[in-house]
Design a protein around this ligand. Structure first.
Ligand code: DPP
Ligand code: ZN
Length: 876
């Protein structure tokens, strides 16, 4: 199919006002009767046919206003049902289709997960249930009747509010009717039928309306749903308090299923979740799992306003709901936990996932202007960079200006299928500002580069910052225009205190933010009596790659004194990264470079500072990842050299700080029973970081400590962390520990996923055979996306030396897996394939083997549009 282009958008020719669905659930032949009230769109083309999308449907009957349609009146193809010359007036179409949920391995449309019937319609899955104008700007009111064998599916759930339910007289079947009063696009449709347990609660909204809350899980797992319920209630309150958004139905249900392509889905009133992001208990979930659950529950709930009440006009506007909603979930978690630590972990995610995307062949703007397969645009760029763009808007407009813009957006566009332009217009109108240049953040791909240098004039007490911005060429975009970059800064005096930011003309840099709008700009500050150290891009105020003329001594100073916690963290990271780039080059040449004292000093000072939040210290102790170093090097990358350099650095830091690490470890021994709260999690994170660095030294002492940690752990966070340390650092202890862990959790698929993922990440040549062997393990299933992502995804995404083996076997393994998976689940295959996104930056030998693997995938007959889109762009 030809690519879809933003510029080709046209309003729909026909609108759908109401949809009545009658769904007869059946394992292999589910029957769907759809009654659509259609009418010509006054804004569409006059006299148009009715074109309804369809995919893998079997059409059983078709009537127009109650009369069966003659075979000459319509055409059915593999992708559409077209009524050739319909009367140009309001009409009722009744369509009967049959689908096979058990054979639906794409997990799009109506399918079964462990026997439970469920649906996934975003982006284009509704067309796999019935013929429909499957586009987000067709909003209809849905009534859904679901019928099933009572034995097979005692629980029947739909969107909106429950209307009625009961037995189907004289049969073993029963039914339920649901009505959703809010017009919605079909991608928000959902239904569930199955044998599920429920935990129930309620929530009283700001205006006093009681909402019944339910979380449905596999039988026997309700005890693990409590944290999700708690997160849901906190999310509902937070959205009222921070954005004035109140819930709008009588019920809100969440269903956890085991087979799911995405993390979760915000269907109106009936969120469907990957069970990984619902189920948690101290014995089975890590602190990171709890934090993810909190964030994703909030994210999907927040979509009720940013996504559902206001949806997207077309799929190019995906960031309108996703970037904004990620920003909202980030803010929620920042309020619930430590704001600085949350910011650090969000930026680490952005840099590790989005920056490489922006720097490689799959780069695309936050709002793409063309796509071949929309499923491939649920990316770090649309989500995470999209959130950064919203955050910059807030930084530029200030707290109140941002809220005014949001209020206007929620008011002006409630009930609309909106665009990015309409979103920005609300902020422009509410604040009386021009956001034309700012809008380039949505249109230009690539990570802007900022080069900053500072000069202090002792005679005039002036300090000048010279800033230059550039944006590298990216696929389809050779020429770029300068962006608006909010650069939050501080000038830190010798005593560690921030100096006033008075510009030359007497004005103040508003809220400490410089607005960079030109290719080159200078800012002169006055009354600077001593040479300051500039703290640049505080809080990571703009998603840019910053280079500066700061010396190692300056960075060490910031690492010790900056009042901005993000930059305090980042300063030490910058020192470490600089060293690792040099050390990787040296390792490749067979030599070594000494570890900078400044780094050891910075880490030691952080460890020694009792005033710091343990969660922050844990982050600060982390040495940049191999992927971080590869990204920094950028071209001709040799993963083995990076691994060696990083291993040496960790060993050196371990040796230098061992006593301090051990003391900090001991000081943070667990007190009392496990609780997933942020403070307790922070203490565990710090203790575990100390253990990790100690073990990096490889001393018998440290490894014995790791073994004790593993043997005595009373929660999954500690147990799994210790297992990882043993697996990576203690080859002799590895196998018994892995076996003991598996034995204990063999019946728990989500925990087995951790076990699979860990083994896939071992940076030793045996990893490849181990991964191959694990694909034959009874716990593994090619059909379950979580299993595949845990094993194959972790190998390709988190084991750079073995995935990029010099002999090409790692690349071949991924190609084989993708070719196999693609026939069943194209979305999953395409997602895995994106692990090649940085292949062009590899050294020539590995680059050749990556290219060969991609070409082999490309040559597969019948390759899905999903996978062929990724290989096509990767090879372009
Ligand atoms: N369910 C996915 C998300 O919330 C796609 N909308 O991001
Ligand atoms: Zn989302």
């Amino acid at each position: 199919p030809p690519p879809v282009r933003l510029g080709d958008y046209r309003p729909p020719d026909w609108l759908v006002d109401t949809v009545h669905l009658d769904v007869q659930l059946h394992p292999t032949a589910a029957r769907i009767r759809a009654r659509l009230a259609l009418r010509p769109n006054p804004e569409g083309r006059e006299g148009s046919p009715i074109v309804l999308d369809g995919d893998e449907l079997s059409l059983k009957s078709l009537t127009l206003d109650g009369v069966p349609l003659a075979g000459t009146a319509y055409v059915v193809t593999a992708t559409a049902l077209t009524l050739l010359a319909p009367p140009q007036r309001a009409l009722t179409l009744e369509i009967e289709t049959v689908v096979n949920p058990s054979a639906n391995t794409k997990l799009m449309g109506l399918y079964r997960s462990s026997g439970t019937y469920c649906t996934q319609c975003e982006a284009e899955g509704f067309r796999r249930i019935t013929y429909f104008p499957d586009r987000p700007d067709v909003l209809a009111v849905y009534t859904t009747r679901i019928e099933a064998e009572r034995e097979e599916a005692p629980i029947l759930l739909g969107n909106g509010n429950p209307v009625e339910s009961g037995p189907v007289e004289g049969t073993s079947r029963h039914y339920a009717v649901w009505h959703d009063p809010w017009p919605k696009p079909c991608y928000l449709f959902a239904l569930v039928g199955g044998r599920l347990d429920r935990i129930a609660d309620d929530f009283v909204t700001a205006t006093g309306k009681k909402v019944e809350l339910g979380i449905y899980v596999e039988p026997g797992k309700t005890e693990r749903a409590g944290y999700a319920m708690d997160a849901l209630k906190r999310s509902m309150r937070w959205d009222e308090e921070v954005f004035g958004c109140e819930y709008d139905l009588d019920v809100f249900n969440i269903v956890a299923v085991a087979d799911f392509n995405m993390g979760a889905m915000e269907n109106k009133g009936l969120n469907i979740f990957n069970d990984k992001y619902v189920l948690a208990s101290p014995q089975t979930a890590t602190d990171a799992d709890y934090a993810n659950i909190e964030t994703i529950i909030a994210h999907e709930y927040f979509h009720n306003w940013t996504g559902n009440r206001i949806t997207c006009r077309d799929w190019f506007q995906l960031c309108l709901k996703e970037g904004l909603t990620v920003f909202r979930d980030q803010e929620f978690s920042a309020d619930a936990r430590s704001r600085p630590v949350k910011r650090i972990s969000d930026v680490r995610l952005l840099k590790s996932h989005q920056f490489p995307e922006d720097a490689g062949p799959l780069a695309h703007p936050v709002r793409p202007s063309t796509y071949r397969e929309i499923n491939n645009f649920y990316t770090a760029t649309v989500y995470e960079k999209g959130a950064e763009v919203v955050r910059m808007l807030k930084t530029l407009l200030g707290e109140e200006g941002f809220r005014a813009g949001m209020d206007l957006y929620l008011d002006r566009h409630d009930g609309d299928a909106a665009t990015v332009e309409e979103f920005l217009a609300c902020f422009a109108d509410a604040n009386g500002v021009d956001l034309t240049q700012f809008a380039l953040w949505y249109a230009q791909s690539g990570t802007p580069q900022l080069a900053v240098s500072g000069t202090w004039d002792a005679a005039t007490h002036r300090y000048r910052l010279d800033v230059a911005q550039s944006l590298p060429a990216t696929p389809g975009q050779d020429q770029k225009q300068p962006m608006v970059i909010p650069l939050a800064i501080g000038l830190v005096g010798p005593d560690g205190r921030d100096l006033p930011l008075t510009l030359d003309d007497g004005s103040n840099a508003e809220r400490g933010v410089l607005r960079i709008t030109e290719p080159r700009q200078s800012f002169v500050f006055r009354d600077i009596a001593e040479r300051p150290v500039p703290s640049l891009n505080r809080g990571f105020s703009a998603p840019v790659k910053l280079s500066s003329d700061l010396s190692t001594a300056d960075l060490l100073f910031l690492a010790r004194h900056d009042s901005d916690p993000f930059n305090r963290f980042d300063a030490a990271q910058t020192i470490a990264l600089g060293h690792l780039v040099a050390a990787s080059a040296a390792a490749r040449a067979g030599s070594d470079v000494p570890v900078p004292d400044a780094l050891v000093e910075a880490l030691g000072a952080t460890l020694a500072d009792g005033a710091l939040d343990p969660a922050f210290v844990a982050q600060a102790l982390s040495i940049p990842s191999e992927a971080d170093v590869a990204r920094e090097i950028g071209v001709d990358v040799d993963p083995d050299a990076i691994h060696l350099a990083r291993t040496r650095l960790r060993r050196a830091v371990s040796a230098a700080l061992a006593p301090q690490l051990a003391a900090t470890y001991d000081r943070h021994a667990p007190a009392g029973t496990y609780s997933p709260d942020a403070a307790s999690a922070g203490r565990r994170a710090l203790r575990n970081s100390c253990l990790d660095l100690l073990a990096a030294g490889g001393t018998p002492d440290a490894l014995a400590r790791a073994q004790v940690h593993f043997d005595t752990a009373d929660n999954m966070t500690d147990r799994f962390f210790a297992l990882a340390v043993l697996a990576h650092a203690a080859p002799q202890a590895r196998e018994p520990a892995l076996a003991a862990f598996h034995e204990r959790f063999r019946d728990d698929p989500l925990v087995v996923d951790k076990w699979l993922a860990l083994q896939a990440q071992i940076a030793e040549p045996e990893a490849l055979e181990r991964v191959r062997g694990l694909t034959r393990h009874p716990a593994f299933a090619w059909t379950n996306p979580n299993r595949v992502r845990a094993l194959i995804g972790s190998f390709a995404g988190l084991n750079p030396t073995q995935f990029h083996r010099a002999d090409g076997a790692g690349h071949a393994l991924l190609a084989d897996a993708v070719i196999d998976i693609d026939g069943r689940n194209p979305q999953l295959a395409a997602r895995l394939l994106a692990a090649f996104k940085s292949w062009r930056s590899l050294e020539p030998g590995r680059r050749a083997s990556a290219e060969a693997a991609l070409r082999r995938v490309a040559a597969k007959p019948g390759l899905s549009p999903d996978a062929s889109d990724i290989v096509g762009r990767s090879l372009e």
